[in-house]
Design a protein around this ligand. Structure first.
Ligand SMILES: Nc1nonc1C(=O)NCC1CCCCC1
Length: 246
């Protein structure tokens, strides 16, 4: 997957390019992350990338010319046919399913906005898809772009060590994750659930699924309403709910 980011703060992307799962994906050639700074496409002495909003009001708006040139260079630096994405609270809400759609694309250009946003005419003429990581306002689109990069990278073939990890991710099934434990066996008087020490992989699988279902039922009933549960899942959830009353 080739990704080119248009951002006034390209150095921020070291966080995904140089660390962890995404950093390893870059090292293994499974992911490439390039950056293009609109400031490099300014022609005035002050390298102006923003200007006052028509209609007045607080803050500044990102100018179209530096952005359109940066986007053109960004598109030319990745495989043809790149989807150009703008990160903003006005976009389509990013979910695991959305990440799977994005991970299937050959290349992406991500536009990270700053100030009060981008001239709407740039969005209308250059942006293919607008995406949001949540209903809140950040100071820039960079962190949102990195969230998207991190989430879709996990879905690229070969990126996660255990080939089942991504598919096993609870959100891949539309559920919250089960509890996890590691040594020591006892911590502050709390023991690890016995089933996890049993070596009975089928019992462990069922316990983890039951916990995911139960947690989702308790914490995110809205997610559960979107999932078609199997007979086994319905049975395990009923057991979990019954045991709550014990
Ligand atoms: N939420 C979000 N999801 O994706 N991006 C988000 C964001 O809050 N971005 C910051 C704003 C800041 C002003 C310019 C446009 C982007």
């Amino acid at each position: 997957m080739e990704i080119s980011v248009v951002s006034l703060f390209p150095e921020m992307f070291a966080a995904v390019r140089d660390y962890g799962v995404t950093g390893r994906a870059v090292q293994n050639g499974l992911l490439s992350i390039q950056c293009c700074n609109p400031r490099d496409f300014t022609t005035d002495r002050h390298q102006t990338v923003d200007d006052r909003p028509y209609g007045g009001g607080p803050g500044m708006v990102m100018k179209t010319e530096p952005l359109q040139q940066a986007i053109a260079v960004a598109k030319a630096s990745v495989a043809p046919g790149a989807t150009v994405i703008y990160l903003s609270p006005q976009g389509r809400q990013l979910t695991q399913a959305g990440l799977a759609e994005l991970a299937a694309k050959p290349s992406l250009v991500l536009l990270a906005g700053r100030y009060e946003g981008v001239d709407e005419r740039l969005i209308d003429s250059e942006i293919d898809e607008e995406w949001s990581i949540g209903d809140y306002v950040l100071s820039g689109g960079e962190l949102a772009a990195m969230v998207m990069i991190d989430g879709l990278s996990r879905l690229l073939p070969g990126v996660l060590g255990h080939h089942l990890s991504a598919e096993q991710d609870s959100f891949a099934e539309g559920l919250l994750d089960c509890p996890h434990y590691t040594r020591p066996e006892h911590f502050r008087g709390m023991a690890v659930p016995g089933v996890l020490l049993s070596g009975n992989h089928e019992a462990i699988r069922r316990w983890r699924l039951k916990q995911s279902l139960g947690r989702t039922w308790l914490r995110r009933r809205d997610l559960l309403e979107q999932v078609e549960l199997s007979d086994e899942q319905n049975k395990l959830l009923a057991e979990f709910i019954r045991e709550l009353d014990d």
